[in-house]
Design a protein around this ligand. Structure first.
Ligand SMILES: Cc1ncc(COP(=O)(O)O)c(C=O)c1O
Length: 360
């Protein structure tokens, strides 16, 4: 007789895993919005240094990384949540806020983990379509907030569509949301955004709205996806307390903590990565437009394009794969007939552009 699992497991969507990690070096890995730059030697050394002491559990107060982030962003350490990637904080927020009868509102397509929150908790998910430019429609989202709403998720810049909403619009949106509803502004890609300005800009909103949470990660521009470090800057301490309460105590391993603290010290390198990524992004967008395709105005380290109706998305994805270029199919992300392509090195970006031209 098979094991009987909880009913919620049957409701939970299976995360669309990226393929290709076994394909070796001669593949352009442009499917998972990772950073194409390897970690700095100082960051690798910091992570390596702590390995001799891993007979001990990691520091459960996370003091050095919490303090480093508090100093950088000027908010009290008690209002900074940490996690095994920002996904960890996202799922913990679902557990802490949602339950049957409650509602969570978010745009769709957006980050593919969002549907898990409702499925895992038994809450109702309200998915609000993006506008004609594949941007969040904040007005439509605000209209969906009811007495049952506990959580609103705004992905800015949005994964998978790469588009960003200006902070003035977010501010006007926040004014419409009751204070007891948590709003997570998922800013995993904020460093790459020209629309948002600098990474301090949205902190002004935190000072105004205690129900706001800025969710960020070391997986993208800091290049630490393989170590898993995420953080949330919270408008009030109670959000941090709740997400810590629902998780195991040791969610951030010792090497990840040490690497993140060191990575924060190298902001010149972060700026260089951003500049190079934006240059690569513009070249990719131009190459896609030159083929006559629509491409969203990207504020992230990836681009989002619509394929012509005359071609099958799956054929394009497999044609690119045959040419050593891995991208994400829109069907797996909520909109068939689209592709999400991460900005890679110059060589990878050129390889993508010529492979796409050949396939189409
Ligand atoms: C919008 C968004 N939020 C959060 C995450 C989670 O990142 P991590 O768990 O690696 O911090 C991702 C990862 O791709 C993302 O695209």
């Amino acid at each position: 007789m098979p094991i009987e699992f909880a009913e919620r497991v049957r409701r939970m969507p299976v995360y669309p895993l990226a393929a290709g990690y076994d394909l070796g070096a001669d593949v352009a890995m442009l499917a998972s919005n990772e950073c194409c730059f390897t970690p700095l030697p100082e960051v690798v050394q910091a992570a390596t240094r702590v390995l001799g002491g891993v007979n001990r559990y990691p520091d459960p107060s996370y003091e050095p990384i919490r303090r480093a982030l508090a100093d950088r962003y000027g908010i009290p350490p008690q209002r900074i949540a940490l996690g095994n990637g920002s996904c960890d904080i996202l799922l913990a927020a679902g557990e802490a806020l949602l339950e049957p009868g409650a509602e969570v509102v978010y745009a769709w397509p957006a980050f593919s983990v969002y549907p898990h929150l409702a499925a895992a908790s038994g809450a109702r998910a309200i998915q609000v379509p993006l506008d004609d430019e594949d941007r969040h429609d904040l007005d439509a989202i605000a209209t969906e907030v009811t007495v049952a709403t506990r959580l609103v998720l705004i992905c800015n810049p949005n994964n998978p569509t790469s588009t960003a909403i200006g902070l003035d619009e977010i501010d006007a949106f926040m004014r419409r949301i009751p204070g007891h509803v948590a709003v997570i502004l998922d800013e995993a890609y904020c460093e790459f955004s020209l629309t948002l300005g600098d990474t301090y800009a949205s902190l002004d909103l935190l000072r105004k709205y205690s129900n706001l949470v800025l969710l960020r990660t070391f997986s993208k521009v800091y290049g630490l996806a393989g170590l898993r470090v995420g953080y949330a800057l919270c408008g009030a301490e109670d959000f941090r307390v709740a997400v810590d309460q629902v998780r195991q105590p040791f969610y951030l391993n010792a090497a990840a903590q040490a690497a993140a603290v060191e990575a924060l010290k190298h902001q010149d390198d972060v700026e260089r990565r951003v500049t190079e990524t934006i240059a690569g992004r513009l070249e990719m967008e131009d190459a896609v437009r030159a083929l006559g395709l629509w491409v969203a105005k990207s504020d992230a380290n990836f681009i989002w394009l619509h394929l012509p109706e005359t071609v099958e998305e799956a054929d394009v994805v497999s044609g690119l794969r045959d040419r050593g270029v891995l991208v994400r199919a829109g069907a797996a992300l909520g909109r068939e007939g689209s592709l999400r392509v991460t900005v890679g090195t110059d060589a990878e970006n050129e390889r993508f552009a010529s492979a796409l031209a050949a396939v189409l």
